[in-house]
Design a protein around this ligand. Structure first.
Ligand code: PNS
Length: 165
């Protein structure tokens, strides 16, 4: 009898920092795949000045998903399609919050398909109460002293408070 290969997905992003929206997407993905690689891209298509270094973001991701042995968190440089191949991931997962996300996601998915025709892109929607959430908005509110405790988990909240004290 042949053993089925585990289905591995890659969830790439900037995760600056990881929010409850990201966590929701990652945990939902585990309902349909065997293993998930959460990959911090050292090069993001959106030029941004990150609040946290790649190392800090990675540390937070690992802390947040400490309870989940099926999730591996790493940073990667270079093209997403090359990293997916390296990790043996057959699909890439992205969160789709609203119609406004669609154009950017569609462009990236189409380009990535040109680069790697065998790779599939899957979009998951977060829980409704997280559908407006973005790491940029969380950072801005935290920077201005607002309460973001409903939008990030405890280790991230602690780190945001330290950063924007
Ligand atoms: O969380 P973000 O910033 O929206 O994620 C964007 C990300 C990291 C998925 C994208 O910038 C990316 O794939 N970067 C890796 C480099 C790459 O392959 N770029 C070409 C994308 S078509």
């Amino acid at each position: 009898m042949t053993q089925a290969r585990p289905l591995i997905a890659l969830y790439p992003g900037s995760f600056d920092p990881v929010t409850l929206g990201h966590e929701d997407i990652a945990r939902r993905t585990l309902r349909v795949v065997d293993q998930l690689v959460v990959g911090i891209a050292e090069t993001s298509s959106q030029a941004k000045t990150p609040a946290f270094s790649v190392e800090e973001r990675l540390e937070l991701l690992r802390e947040v998903f400490r309870d989940e042995p099926r999730i591996e968190c790493e940073a990667f440089s270079g093209l997403l399609v090359d990293y997916a191949r390296q990790k043996g991931a057959g699909l890439v997962v992205r969160g789709l919050r609203a119609v406004s996300d669609f154009e950017y996601e569609f462009q990236m998915a189409q380009m990535n398909r040109e680069l790697s025709p065998g790779l599939e892109f899957v979009f998951l929607t977060p829980d409704a109460h997280l559908s407006f959430l973005s790491a940029s908005i969380v950072k801005e509110v935290a920077r201005l002293g607002g309460d973001v405790s409903s939008f990030v988990s405890a280790p991230v909240l602690r780190r945001l408070k330290e950063r924007f004290r």
